[in-house]
Design a protein around this ligand. Structure first.
Ligand code: UTP
Length: 473
């Protein structure tokens, strides 16, 4: 069966080559190609070709009026401790009122880790080898018990990993969460194009499509019906985190409270950059707005600039991709006149030549389009950025080895457990970096942050010796 209208639309848009092999395809393959084609917004592709690909398209970043973004310092760094205490109370109240849901973006391709499967199914804890999904599930479950309101959890997948992700949760009994509380939805896709804006085919019967970036989550939350469900459930606060960071306080009452008390539409956590050239986004202020500028876009001179009065880096606030979002704001970004910009990434994209033979490029031959969630910040009312301690919130698994790897992440979990024990009177031997000479593990169901750990630890008697292999649940 053909679909003249759709094919004609592609022809009119100068993209008719997408159907060059259509007549050779079996009926099911034709249907599959048409289905992919309907996902594409041809006007959007044309606009991106004009704005991002055309010769003379602006590439450089506008640095006029750029300054470091203000942020709320933690009390130990000079912040107002009573404001932090009020924030915590406000966040706890929001949690008890059932206004909060957790949101994990898990649609990435995890290329750097080189792991075959959804990244959330990667094992990360030191002893039990719990997967990322299990760690988050247990934190969310424990927070639900703590605040007397089971939390809904929204998980954004990609076309490539959706089924595997859902199956993984089913196979593991949703890690003790009610299946009705866990919601999966696919993110959108964008076609890869040549540098001239022609859509690339992956095979004769399929388009080279790729996920539209974590910023695609705002559209996908709307399109999937997730926002409607939240509205029905009385949820107006979404706690956003990424699938690769098991240390994250996914449900952090203090962060939520800052967001609520400030009437913020989108809030963020920052950590002080570890060194000038650290590869993180930088929170900046520009024309009265908060923006995040990627390390790759911010000139080195800015990254290294030091405040002469304090000797501290001026652009110190690094983004760790943890946000709280207002659901009405998400709807507005998804549907309104404000929308996230796309970024171009030049990539090697397997494709076919004019005769239909496969081409495996050895250098970038095409462009992918992606949106970044932090690009929503300039559109948000009263955005607030708060400081957090890196060791309490951020240790992602990005690479197979070295920096941000399974090893560094497991070590950071161990250090966190050691700190929790130490603050509660159970000293654990550790080296100068806080790392113990043996593995221990605390289940999030026992304690998932300082407060919940302290409470649970105070209740057990006699206390177990904190030695090699201790697992608390
Ligand atoms: P990364 O930027 O680390 O990308 O994603 P990645 O695809 O996981 O890994 P690499 O770059 O291929 O090695 C940061 C977070 O954003 C999510 C990822 O799942 C991760 O939680 N993400 C990224 C999406 O959900 N969708 C995307 O299109 C991109």
């Amino acid at each position: 069966m053909s679909n003249p209208t759709l094919i004609e639309e592609f022809e009119r848009a100068g993209q008719g080559h997408v159907f060059a092999f259509y007549n050779e395809l079996a009926p099911a393959a034709r249907q599959a190609l048409l289905a992919e084609a309907t996902e594409i917004d041809l006007a959007e592709v044309a606009e991106l070709t004009r704005t991002l690909l055309a010769k003379g398209a602006s590439t450089g970043l506008d640095l006029v009026g750029l300054a470091p973004a203000p942020y709320e310092r933690r009390p130990e760094n000079g912040g107002d401790s009573s404001a932090w205490a009020s924030a915590k109370m406000a966040g706890e109240a929001a949690l008890r009122a059932g206004r909060v849901a957790a949101f994990t973006v898990a649609g990435g391709q995890g290329t750097r880790l080189g792991y075959d499967g959804p990244k959330g199914t990667f094992p990360v804890t030191p002893i039990k080898r719990k997967t990322l999904f299990q760690v988050f599930a247990e934190k969310i479950r424990a927070a639900g018990v703590r605040y007397g309101r089971p939390l809904h959890w929204f998980i954004m997948t990609s076309h490539a990993n959706h089924v595997a992700t859902e199956t993984f949760f089913k196979d593991h009994g949703y890690f003790g969460l009610a299946p009705t509380q866990v919601h999966f939805f696919r993110q959108g896709r964008m076609p890869a194009v040549t540098p001239e804006g022609k859509i690339l085919l992956e095979t004769k019967g399929s388009i080279a499509m790729s996920p539209d970036g974590h910023g695609g989550s705002l559209r996908a939350l709307d399109r999937s019906g997730a926002l409607d469900l939240m509205e029905k459930e009385g949820i107006d606060i979404l706690s956003y985190f990424q699938v690769d960071n098991p240390l994250v306080r996914g449900i952090d009452p203090t962060f939520i409270g800052w967001h609520v008390l400030r009437g913020s539409e989108m809030s963020s956590k920052m950590v002080a950059k570890a060194y000038a050239g650290e590869k993180v986004g930088h929170f900046c202020a520009q024309n009265g707005r908060t923006v995040v500028i990627e390390y790759s876009d911010l000139p080195k001179s800015y990254q290294e600039e030091v405040d002469p009065a304090t000797g501290v880096l001026r652009y110190i606030a690094g983004s760790i991709a943890i946000h709280v979002l207002d659901t009405k704001f998400i709807r507005r970004m998804a549907r309104g006149s404000d929308s996230l910009p796309f970024h171009r990434a030049d990539k090697k994209i397997p494709t076919i030549d004019a005769s239909g033979n496969p081409v495996k490029p050895d250098k970038a031959n095409g462009v992918k389009f992606e949106m970044f969630v932090f690009d929503a910040l300039p559109f948000a009312r009263n955005p607030v950025v708060i400081e957090t301690r890196r060791e309490d919130d951020f240790s992602p698994v990005k690479n197979a080895e070295g920096l941000d790897s399974p090893k560094t992440c497991s070590d950071d979990q161990l250090r966190q457990f050691v700190r929790w024990f130490a603050t509660n009177g159970a000293a654990v031997p550790a080296d100068a970096t806080g790392l113990p000479p043996f593995a221990i593990e605390v289940s999030p169901l026992f304690g998932y942050d300082e407060d919940s750990f302290a409470e649970a630890w105070s209740k057990i008697s006699p206390k177990p010796a904190v030695s090699a292999g201790l697992y608390l649940e």
